[in-house]
Design a protein around this ligand. Structure first.
Ligand SMILES: Cc1cc2nc3c(=O)[nH]c(=O)nc-3n(C[C@H](O)[C@H](O)[C@H](O)COP(=O)(O)OP(=O)(O)OC[C@H]3O[C@@H](n4cnc5c(N)ncnc54)[C@H](O)[C@@H]3O)c2cc1C
Length: 74
């Protein structure tokens, strides 16, 4: 966990948006650790899938930007 990460006041659950993104760019959370209504295996697996896809999309943006920078350099 990160010192600056946002938690709900009552239960210290991590606050995420619909992409499982925390308030820290590039950091995602899923499952029982996040603030949500139902804690089940099925919801945890769904959260995990969304978090993984969101993280991949976030990393792809960096890779694309890096390739564009390299192309300009040569
Ligand atoms: C008694 C009980 C019965 C349940 N029955 C059902 C049921 O019948 N059906 C259903 O769908 N759901 C049930 N649930 C809920 C379900 O188990 C959880 O919602 C689900 O397991 C959440 O998955 P998770 O991956 O978020 O967390 P977990 O399954 O809790 O996985 C978290 C993992 O992280 C590890 N971990 C923790 N801290 C650290 C650390 N600092 N470093 C490294 N690893 C760490 C833990 O050891 C654990 O292995 C039940 C829960 C309980 C407690």
């Amino acid at each position: 966990m990160f010192q600056t990460q946002k938690f709900s006041k009552e239960y210290k659950e991590i606050i995420v948006d619909k992409n499982m993104s925390t308030n820290i760019p590039g950091v995602y959370a899923a499952g029982d650790s996040i603030a949500k209504r139902y804690r089940q295996v099925t919801t945890a697996v769904g959260d995990g899938t969304i978090a993984a896809l969101s993280a991949a999309e976030y990393l792809n943006k960096f890779e694309k930007a890096e390739l564009e920078t390299e192309a300009v350099a040569y």
